[in-house]
Design a binder for this molecule. Structure first.
Ligand code: SF4
Length: 217
């Protein structure tokens, strides 16, 4: 449960989408954190690497945002969630206390999160996560068979029973891509697609560079 003090934690947030069907099972609130030290070659989100961008958001306010969205759960991606694991564990705990699920993407492999030298708060965020996707993005190993992940080395870890029924059905779940255009004409793309497909779809690479989407999976 989130304590009064943990609700005061802040998360450095790169972007949020209040309702998406392209970032995990069901309908989800997606939160891209700002900051990632792993810097995988080919990462689609280099604008989320630096810790100076984004916006500081209180965990309590993020919980309110998630509660107001009609979603099945929250998806944490980035950026690197485990580099803000203490605050995100508080957020994830509070979300689960409301009956919602938590999916977390990380560029770390599971042993890096459980062994000596794991980022601070890793145990707490793992304990608050139902479905974990691990591993750095490897652009020479694109994954065209499983949903949500970017490369074949990345692993699904079913940390609770909540989504275990999907374990043998992953290949039957299609990837989705969502494109939003706001009133100013700004385009936001999330979900997973190859860069080639995006280029064909958008016909303007400059737009692709503005996507907050993911390949940390
Ligand atoms: S793919 Fe993910 S883990 Fe790798 S640099 Fe990009 S945000 Fe970080």
């Amino acid at each position: 449960m989130t304590t009064e003090s943990s609700a005061d934690f802040t998360v450095r947030v790169g972007a949020t989408v209040s309702s998406t069907v392209a970032e995990g099972p069901g309908t989800r609130f997606a939160l891209w954190v700002q900051g990632c030290s792993l810097q995988c070659p080919g990462c689609f989100n280099p604008h989320l690497w630096g810790t100076k961008g984004g916006t500081d958001r209180r965990v309590a306010d993020l919980v309110d945002d998630v509660s107001a969205a009609d979603v099945d759960g929250i998806t944490l991606l980035g950026g690197e969630p485990f580099e803000q694991a203490v605050a995100l564990a508080a957020l994830a705990d509070a979300v689960r206390a409301r009956g919602l699920s938590v999916m977390t993407f990380t560029g770390y492999d599971l042993p890096e999160l459980t062994g000596a030298g794991a980022p601070t708060g890793s145990a707490e965020l793992l304990a608050a996560t139902d479905l974990l996707v691990t591993g750095r993005y490897e652009r020479e190993r694109p994954d065209h068979r499983r949903p949500w992940v970017g490369s074949t080395n990345q692993r699904f870890e079913f940390l609770t029973d909540r989504y275990r029924h999907l374990e043998q059905k992953l290949r039957a779940i299609g990837d989705r891509l969502e494109i939003r255009v706001d009133a100013t004409g700004a385009v936001m793309v999330n979900g997973w697609s190859s860069m080639e497909s995006l280029e064909m779809l958008l016909d303007d690479p400059a737009l692709i560079l503005r996507r907050p989407g993911r390949n940390s999976r």
